[in-house]
Ligand binder design. Structure first.
Ligand code: RIB
Ligand code: CA
Length: 308
């Protein structure tokens, strides 16, 4: 059995990724740690609890984490995911409650409980993971793998021309994680906008396949409308589910590069940009693996197997 910890700023696409993991029989989600990002922390925690209930499998503990960036004000994304982060469909409040204790301590504890076995998947800004590395540096050698949904990869940003949301919310935290020595794989925004993009027809087919899938599509209605308005595309770029698919089955990432990466945190214009030194021009040791291609068809097949 694989041991997974999910760190999330739970809005509608995070919810789908969490449900995927909870319905993957070969994986045990040991904990869900929540961080502010898409939404203020209270809403993100609420949505994580709802995701656990909607997965209809088992209920790992959900922990409250860092509620703001280290230096900058919190940037949220209600316009993308809805005021409640779940497409404003008036979902009833969860019956489950958050576990006592802080997410950072839960993350450190999980690394110690499953030495060399814990796989972490981050779906939001990196304040929880950064603080865990600062508080307990030894976890760097205990964690088996970290899959990060973050960065614009080799494409364009989605918050500024160069920055993707998760790294833009707190570039300092992201740089601390990149500097940590953790075994990092970054799945960038560019991995979800092309062959992994879910078209309107694919979404409609998915929604009609099961109650769980219908919830996953419905709670992303605001994201779908945002895409139509912003990018002129009817469908969903499922960033977190693509990253989760790579975490669950790394062979879905069909091309990658091991390189030195750095997150810009001193320039206002390019704050949050993930600079990937593909050709080793800076002569700095590689510190992460960066996805360059994913198999869109296999991502969609895995998504259907897990939620349809
Ligand atoms: O840029 C996309 C990422 O930002 C996704 O994780 C989405 O949920 C938001 O957190
Ligand atoms: Ca997210």
């Amino acid at each position: 059995m694989r041991h997974l910890l999910i760190d999330t700023d739970t809005a509608s696409d995070d919810v789908v990724a969490i449900i995927m993991a909870l319905r993957e029989p070969t994986v045990q989600v040991e904990a869900i740690t929540v961080v502010a990002g898409n939404l203020p922390l209270d809403y993100a925690v609420r949505n994580a609890l709802i995701a656990v209930e909607e997965a209809r499998t088992y209920a790992p503990p959900v922990y409250r984490g860092v509620e703001r960036p280290f230096l900058r004000p919190l940037l949220t994304a209600e316009s993308v995911h809805g005021q409640d982060g779940l497409g404003d469909m008036n979902h009833p409040p969860p019956r489950l409650q958050a576990a006592p204790g802080h997410a950072v301590d839960a993350l450190i504890d999980a690394a110690r409980r499953f030495p060399h076995q814990l796989e972490i998947v981050t779906l939001g800004p990196l304040m929880n993971l950064a603080l865990a590395c600062l508080k307990a540096p030894e976890i760097v050698s205990l964690v088996q793998r970290v899959t990060v949904m973050g960065g614009a990869g080799f494409g364009r940003g989605n918050v500024t021309p160069t920055a993707e949301f998760n790294l833009y919310v707190d570039a300092e935290a992201a740089q601390i994680v990149l500097n940590s020595g953790l075994p990092l794989t970054f799945v960038g925004w560019d991995m979800c906008t092309e062959e992994a993009f879910l078209s309107a027809d694919e979404l409609d087919e998915l929604a009609s396949s099961s109650d769980v899938a219908a919830f996953c599509v419905r709670c992303n209605a605001t994201l779908r409308a945002f895409n139509q308005r912003m990018w002129g595309k009817d469908g969903i770029d499922f960033a977190d589910p693509v990253a989760m698919a790579v975490a669950l089955d790394p062979s879905i990432m069909t091309d990658s590069v091991r390189a030195y990466g750095k997150v810009e945190h001193q320039s206002e214009l390019t704050y949050g940009q993930l600079v990937i030194d593909t050709y080793h021009l800076l002569k700095c040791a590689p510190n992460a693996t960066f996805a360059r291609a994913v198999d869109g068809a296999r991502f969609k097949a895995l998504l259907r197997r897990l939620i349809a």
